[in-house]
Each structure stands twice: as C-alpha cells, then as structure tokens.
Design a binder for this molecule. Structure first.
Ligand code: AMP
Ligand code: MG
Length: 356
C-alpha cells in the first residue's frame, strides 16, 4: 500500500467520515454479505465493496486493483515524474511523442470529452493550474497569482484540439499546452478497477474513490445506496440508489482551496477567465462510465447555473444536480427521480430538462 503523496491528513479524516456515513446508508436489514476493503491510492482513500465473495478471491482481485490504480496514478501524475511529465516536456519543446495504444486512447478520450464540453473541461491548462499553486504536495496557499500572469496564460489559449495524432504519434501546434488529466483521473481509474472486477466475473460491487464512485449490480436483493456530500461538509445532503452499472461523480469548491480576503480560491479553473470558476458550489453527475461522469462534473461546474444544460446536452449527460453559490439546487427531471434528500432543503429546487 502506498502512502498518499499530496493528500493532507485532514482530508483523509474527512473522507473516512464520509465513507462511514455512506456505509451506514447501505448497511441495514438482512445479514450483510458485503466484503469491504480500503486502500490509499490516487491521492485518496479507495473503498471497495463486493457483494458475496470469498475472502481469498477478494484478496487477489483487490491486490490487482491496487497495483493498477497505483500504476495509473504514477503514470499520469500531473507533476511527479512519470509518463505525463515526460509527454509534457516533449510537447513544450515542440517534439513529436510516440504513444502506446493505451496512452493514445486515454488522450483521445480526454480530447473528445474536452471538445464535447466546449473546452470547459480543458486538460490542456496545466500551466494555469501550476500558477494557482495546485501542482504541489502542499496545500494551496494565498496570495492568488498576479492578474497579469493569469491573463498571459489565458491568452496562450491552450486546448485539446491543438493535439495532433498521426497514428500513434502525438504533436501539438501550441507549445504552451501542459496536460493535467486530474479533472477525470479518478473516473478513468475507477473504470479500470471496475473492468478488473468484471474480468474476474464479479458483477456486484462498488469502487468508491473518496466519494466518487462506480457501482455495478446490486447489494443482495437491494440496489446500492450511496451518499452525496453536503458542499458545506455537513455530512450527507442526499442519497442515490444506483441502477445497474452507474457512476456518480461530484466536483466541489471544498476539495482543495484557500480563502483570501473573503473570497474562496479553489482548484476548478475556468479556462475562459483563468480564475477559479464562480457561481457553483458543487455538481453531481450520474452516468454509465466514470471517466465521462468525472469530466462532466468538472465541465458543468465551470459552466455554472446558466450554462450547464447546454454542456450536459452536448456531453449526453441526463442526470445532473448543480448546487449554486446561493445553495439553490438545479436538477434535471431524471436526477430528481433518483435523488433522496437526507436534510431539509431551505432554498429553491429548480428542475430543468437538458433539452430546453
Ligand atoms: P475535479 O475534482 O474532478 O473537478 O477535478 C479538479 C482537478 O482538475 C483540478 O485539481 C485540476 O487538476 C484539474 N482542473 C481544474 N480545472 C479544470 C478544467 N477547467 N478542466 C479540466 N481540468 C481541470
Ligand atoms: Mg472531474
């Protein structure tokens, strides 16, 4: 088991509390035949639940998952030395990089999700993320960067469409591109873990990466039931019962941030302004695969209360809950059908279909 690289202890404690809260939601009634395991990877706590499995088999599968997650984490880490850092160096030097098929597929997936999101999910803005201090093992700290520096990087306008793939060769027309795949890294990794489970014939399980998860099958004769964290950190705001094979991902302004002169500076950057996206506190997305759900949660967070419907439609996302800065809750009807609030909601709940 690896130790977290850039995951402060208090985050771990918060995740542990959340996960216990989530388990409390699922555990009730009949004798629970769920096998639980926890490991630290991807800079977070991973909670694995498998329904009705023998311990020997579970141990083997969990070992395989741990190895895969650690390999993915190391390879695609945004600043620790690894393959992504190497690729970024080549692109900055205007050089062509030869990719493996797996690397090609990962980057093409990131590009396609970015295009569908009108580049609000933009993994090419690594330089901005660095400028804001989020490429560090230490917690981000004030003051915010100089506006002049931010504007300079926004003017370089890096985006995923400037990546050119010629078979497995990658080059870029913009040497200011720095890839940071953190906006969908957990989703991608959780998908890998689920495919390992499926390859072992396991069809009833949850891979929960610090509150973001993919669930398959059921919990005995009941669906899996999972919790959504309140954006204030006050426990669980709502629960969702998953249906078949589904991912539930949340992006929030409470994950990595600092407060400075009464303003919150968090880790989700609006590529249009270069500043942390305004207007949203959290976005939760339900979708079949984790990578799309994760990228969409980030993109819809940036899109905010006025534009999320358009981006959700383009990304083929029908289940969305967006909590805005005033704590009003915006949802699609498809999400409203699935969500159960665990706390009194004092503000408005606004239900809009993505088609409108
Ligand atoms: P998430 O928690 O999934 O919303 O991802 C946030 C992480 O994605 C940040 O820590 C950055 O590494 C990266 N990121 C920030 N803003 C963006 C953006 N607009 N598009 C893509 N990735 C981003
Ligand atoms: Mg995301």
């Amino acid at each position: 088991m690896t130790s977290p690289r850039y995951f402060p202890h208090h985050y771990l404690v918060r995740f542990l509390l959340l996960i216990f809260a989530l388990q409390a939601l699922t555990a009730c009634g009949e004798k629970d035949k769920t096998y639980h395991a926890q490991l630290v990877s991807l800079g977070t706590l991973i909670d694995i639940s498998i329904w009705n499995i023998k311990k020997d088999k579970a141990d083997t599968v969990i070992h395989e998952i741990e190895n895969r997650l650690n390999a993915v984490h190391q390879k695609w880490h945004a600043w620790n030395p690894g393959r992504l850092v190497e690729i970024n160096k080549h692109l900055a030097n205007g050089e062509t990089v030869n990719l493996t098929t797996v690397e090609y597929e990962h980057l093409v997936l990131a590009r396609d999700l970015a295009i569908a999101s009108d580049h609000l999910f933009n993994p090419a803005i690594g330089k901005l993320i660095t400028l804001w201090g989020f490429h560090s093992d230490d917690p981000p700290a004030p003051p915010p960067p100089a506006v002049r520096e931010i504007r300079k990087l926004v003017a370089e306008a890096p985006n995923m469409q400037q990546l050119h793939f010629d078979a497995l060769s990658l080059s870029s027309s913009n040497s200011e591109i720095e890839l940071d795949l953190g906006g969908f890294a957990k989703g991608y990794a959780v998908d890998q873990a689920i495919s390992i489970l499926k390859n072992h014939g396991i069809n009833n399980a949850i891979i929960n990466a610090g509150g973001d998860l993919r669930a398959i099958g059921t919990h005995g004769n009941r669906p899996w039931r999972i919790g959504i964290r309140h954006p204030d950190g006050q426990g669980v705001i709502a629960s969702i019962t998953t249906n078949g094979d589904e991912s539930v991902f949340t992006s929030g302004n409470y994950e990595r941030y600092y407060d400075y002169q009464g303003e919150r500076f968090h880790h989700i950057i609006d590529p249009r302004t270069g500043f942390p996206a305004k207007g949203t506190r959290s976005v939760t997305v339900i979708h079949s695969d984790g990578a799309t759900a994760d990228a969409a949660a980030t993109a819809l967070f940036v899109a905010g209360p006025d534009q999320w419907q358009k981006i959700a439609r383009q990304m083929h996302i029908s289940r969305v809950m967006l909590i805005d800065e005033h704590m009003n809750i915006h949802m699609t009807p498809e999400m409203a059908e699935r969500i159960h609030f665990e706390q009194n909601i004092e503000k408005e709940i606004i239900i809009t279909p993505v088609e409108s």
